[in-house]
Ligand binder design. Structure first.
Ligand code: G1P
Ligand code: ZN
Length: 539
C-alpha cells in the first residue's frame, strides 16, 4: 500500500452529471487518482464499505476500473461489485447499488458524449439510494480535489474482470457479476413480458439502435432473447471503446440511421435508440417521432397498463426546461407535478420520499422509482408494454393523447462550442434585463413573467439558484435559456422553446414555434453575442 504525493488540479468540479473531461485529461498522471481519492474523502472514507463499479466501456474504462479497484483496496473498502469486463450501464449500476444495499457506486461514463482517446471520459459517484450524489457531496468532492496533497493506492497486478466470481485484492473482495442478469430480472418484475412476447409473435416489428454503446448486450438479451423479437432487431449491438465512431446520443440528428428507417417506406412498427451509458432513450413510431416531453406525458397517462405501475403513479416530476405536457396529465390524474432544475440528481429526494413515481427530462431521459437514474431500456419496455395492451400504433396513441390534452409544441436548439466568455456575457445581459420584461410584447406575445429559475427541494429544503432563465408569455408559450453543465469544450447554449396548442396537431414543431424562436433571438441577441444565427443541433 502506498501513499502517493500529488498536486491538486484546479478543474475537478463536477457538473450536471459528475466530472467530465477530455479522455486525455483523465489520462494525465494523478488526474483520475486525485478525483477518486476526493470522492472517498468526501463521503467520509471508504473503510469497511461496499461499492459497485462499472462503466459504459468507452476508451480508458478498462484502465480506470483497475486504478479504482487498487485505490478502493488501499482506502480500506471491504468489497467492490464490478460488472463483467468492467461494464455496467448506468441504470444497471443504480439497480445493483440498491439491490445489494451497498454504500454507493462509481460509474465511468461521459454519457452521450463521443468516446475515444481524443473524445470524452467521465466519472461520477452514486449514493446508497442508487442516485447521483447531491450538490452538497459534489461540492465536497470539489473542495477535497482542490486541496489534495496525496492519495492511497495499492501496488498490484490487474484483476481479471472477465471471469465471474470472487477474488481478493489485498483483503478486499472483488466480486465480478454478470452485467445484464440483475437488470433484466428487475425489468421482468415491472412489465408484462408475456403480452409483449405475444405482440412480437404476431408480427410486430421493431428496431433498436444501441449505437455501438453499452445497451447492446442488455437490449439483445431482453428484446431478442427474452421477448422474442426477430434476430437483428438490435443494431449496432456490440459495444466499442470509440462507439464505432458514432456519437451515441439518441436524438434525430445523431440517430439519423434509425430516423431514416422509421420515416421510410418499409418502416418497422416501433423504433428506439439509447445512449453511451444506457440511461437515455429516443422513441419513434412508424413515420412519427415522439418528442421526449411527449413521451413522458404518454408514459404517465398509460403507466397503469404495466403491472409494475398497476396501482397508479404517486406523482410526476420534470426538469424545468421540459415541456409542461406531463403537468396536464398529472392534473387530469389528480396527482402532484414537480418542476426541478436540470439533472437527474434533483429527482432523488422526490423518488425516495415516494412523492413521485415517474420523472423525465426533455433531453431524452425518462425513468421511475425502480432505480435512481434515468433508464433508456426501461422507457422502451414501458412503451412496448403499452403498445401490447392498447394494440394501437404509436401515431394513434400520440394523436389521441393530443386530442385529450392539447399539444405542447416543443423544441430545443443547441449552439455548441460557443466562446465561453461571450456566452457568459450574453447570459449576464439577459439576467440584467429580466426585471423589465413583464408587460412587453414580442412577436405578438405579451410577457407574463421572467426570472432565473431557483428551486427549493420540497423534501430537504435545500435551494439551488440560477438554474436557467425563463420567459413566460401570457398565451402559455415559453422560452428557457441555460448553459450546459456537461460539455467539455467552450460553452453550449441551450435554448428551449415551447408553445401550447388546443388544435392543429400536425404542424411541424419548428413552424409552430417560429414566433417563439424569433422572440428568443431578439431577446438574447444570440447572433450579436455569439456570432451564431443557426443552432448546431435541433431536437
Ligand atoms: C444534459 C441534459 C440534462 C441531463 C444531463 C445528463 O445536461 O440537458 O437534462 O440531465 O445532460 O444526462 P446539460 O449539458 O444541459 O447540463
Ligand atoms: Zn447517458
Amino acid at each position: 500500500m502506498t501513499t502517493i504525493p500529488t498536486v491538486a488540479f484546479d478543474d475537478q468540479k463536477p457538473g450536471t452529471s459528475g466530472l467530465r473531461k477530455k479522455t486525455r485529461v483523465f489520462m494525465q498522471p494523478h488526474y483520475l487518482e486525485n478525483f477518486v481519492q476526493a470522492i472517498f474523502t468526501a463521503i467520509g472514507g471508504a473503510r469497511g464499505k461496499t461499492f459497485v463499479l462499472g462503466g459504459d466501456g468507452r476508451y480508458f474504462n478498462d484502465r480506470a476500473v483497475q486504478v479504482i479497484l487498487r485505490m478502493a483496496a488501499a482506502n480500506g473498502a471491504s468489497r467492490v461489485i464490478v460488472g463483467q469486463g468492467g461494464i455496467l450501464s448506468t441504470p444497471a449500476a443504480s439497480n445493483l447499488i440498491r439491490q445489494r444495499k451497498t454504500d454507493g457506486g462509481i460509474i465511468l461514463s461521459a454519457s452521450h458524449n463521443p468516446g475515444g482517446e481524443d473524445e470524452d471520459f467521465g466519472i461520477k459517484f452514486n449514493m446508497p439510494n442508487g442516485g447521483p450524489a447531491p450538490e452538497s457531496i459534489t461540492d465536497a468532492m470539489y473542495r477535497e480535489a482542490s486541496a489534495i496533497v496525496s492519495y492511497e493506492i495499492l501496488e498490484a497486478q490487474d484483476v481479471d474482470l472477465n471471469a465471474l466470481g470472487e477474488t481478493s485484492l489485498d483483503g478486499m473482495a472483488v466480486e465480478v457479476v454478470d452485467s445484464v442478469a440483475d437488470y433484466a430480472a428487475l425489468m421482468e418484475t415491472l412489465f408484462d413480458f408475456d403480452a409483449i412476447r405475444a405482440m412480437f409473435a404476431g408480427g410486430f416489428r421493431m428496431r433498436f439502435d444501441a449505437m455501438c454503446a453499452v445497451t447492446g448486450p442488455y437490449a439483445t438479451e431482453i428484446i431478442e432473447n427474452r421477448l422474442g423479437a426477430a434476430a437483428g432487431t438490435v443494431t449496432h449491438g456490440t459495444p466499442m471503446p470509440d462507439f464505432g465512431g458514432m456519437h451515441p446520443d439518441p436524438n434525430p440528428t445523431w440517430a439519423h440511421e434509425l430516423m431514416d428507417e422509421m420515416m421510410g417506406p418499409d418502416a418497422p412498427d416501433f423504433g428506439a435508440a439509447s445512449d453511451g451509458d444506457g440511461d437515455r432513450n429516443m422513441v419513434v413510431g412508424r413515420g412519427i417521432y415522439v418528442s421526449p416531453s411527449d413521451s413522458l406525458a404518454v408514459l404517465a397517462a398509460n403507466a397503469h397498463l404495466a403491472k409494475g405501475y398497476a396501482k397508479g403513479i404517486a406523482g410526476v416530476a420534470r426538469s424545468m426546461p421540459t415541456s409542461a405536457a406531463v403537468d396536464r396529465v398529472a392534473k387530469d390524474l389528480g396527482i402532484e407535478a414537480f418542476e426541478t432544475p436540470t439533472g437527474w440528481k434533483f429527482f432523488g429526494n422526490l423518488l425516495d420520499a415516494g412523492r413521485v413515481t415517474l420523472c423525465g427530462e426533455e433531453s431524452f431521459g425518462t425513468g421511475s422509482d425502480h432505480v435512481r437514474e434515468k433508464d433508456g431500456l426501461w422507457a422502451v419496455l414501458l412503451w412496448l408494454n403499452i403498445l401490447a395492451v392498447r394494440k394501437q400504433s404509436v401515431a394513434d396513441i400520440l394523436n389521441e393523447h393530443w386530442q385529450k390534452y392539447g399539444r405542447n409544441y416543443y423544441s430545443r436548439h443547441d449552439f455548441e462550442a460557443v466562446d465561453k466568455e461571450k456566452a457568459d456575457e450574453m447570459v449576464a445581459a439577459l439576467r440584467g434585463a429580466l426585471a423589465d420584461l413583464p408587460g412587453r410584447t414580442m412577436q405578438g406575445m405579451a410577457v407574463a413573467a421572467a426570472d432565473d429559475f431557483s428551486y427549493t427541494d420540497p423534501v430537504d429544503g435545500s435551494t439551488s439558484a440560477k438554474q436557467g432563465i425563463r420567459v413566460l408569455f401570457e398565451d402559455g408559450s415559453r422560452i428557457v435559456m441555460r448553459l450546459s453543465g456537461t460539455g467539455t469544450q467552450g460553452a453550449t447554449l441551450r435554448l428551449y422553446l415551447e408553445r401550447y396548442a388546443e388544435s392543429g396537431f400536425d404542424r411541424d414543431p419548428q413552424d409552430a414555434l417560429a414566433p417563439v424562436i424569433q422572440a428568443a433571438h431578439e431577446l438574447a441577441d444570440i447572433a450579436g453575442h455569439t456570432g451564431r444565427t443557426e443552432p448546431d443541433v435541433i431536437t
